[in-house]
Write a protein that binds this ligand. Structure first.
Ligand code: CA2
Length: 148
């Protein structure tokens, strides 16, 4: 059975608790539960990790080698700053889908650039909590149709 690593970056632990205007009122636990349901229907296994620390996320990407066949990541603000996360994804060469709750391109210019996007299969941005489900669907579809 395929196994997917779900990574949530900095501040996403606050989801549903602050700034509901931008990020909605859904909590990270609810997103993980929705993803679990979607994973069951897709017949894949999920492991989810949230960290506010760049190095912890880099370590998790390294540890995914041989354990997970795909990565679903919302790198939060590290999307726009982290060469380290990008290098880690490129190094392990595990198919990765980048997701965002908000539509990055309707926001400040500094959010328009992603260091992750060039090493990802694709990016889903702007559908709130649904971005994760759509991203998981796209990732599993990719893995089922393009890998042995
Ligand atoms: O839209 C997204 O998913 C983002 O990755 C969210 C990041 C932001 O830096 C990216 O540009 C876009 C921020 C996540 C912060 O989440 C919070 C949740 C509740 C309260 C405060 C922050």
């Amino acid at each position: 059975m395929l196994s997917i690593l779900v990574l949530h970056g900095p501040n996403l632990n606050l989801l549903g608790q602050r700034e509901p205007g931008i990020y909605g009122s859904v909590t990270l636990d609810t997103i993980d539960r929705q993803l679990e349901q979607a994973a069951e229907a897709l017949h894949v296994r999920l492991s989810s990790l949230q960290s506010n620390h760049e190095g912890t996320l880099v370590d998790a990407i390294h540890a995914a080698l041989g354990q997970h066949q795909g990565i679903l990541i919302n790198a939060g603000a590290y999307t726009h700053t982290s060469v380290a996360l990008r290098d880690a994804i490129a190094a392990v060469a595990i198919p990765t889908v980048e997701v965002h709750l908000s539509n990055l391109y309707r926001r400040e210019a500094f959010r328009h650039h992603s260091y992750i996007a060039p090493v990802a299969i694709g990016q889903i941005s702007g559908f709130g909590a649904d971005s994760y489900r759509l991203g998981l669907d796209a990732l599993v579809h990719y893995l089922n149709h393009t890998e042995g």
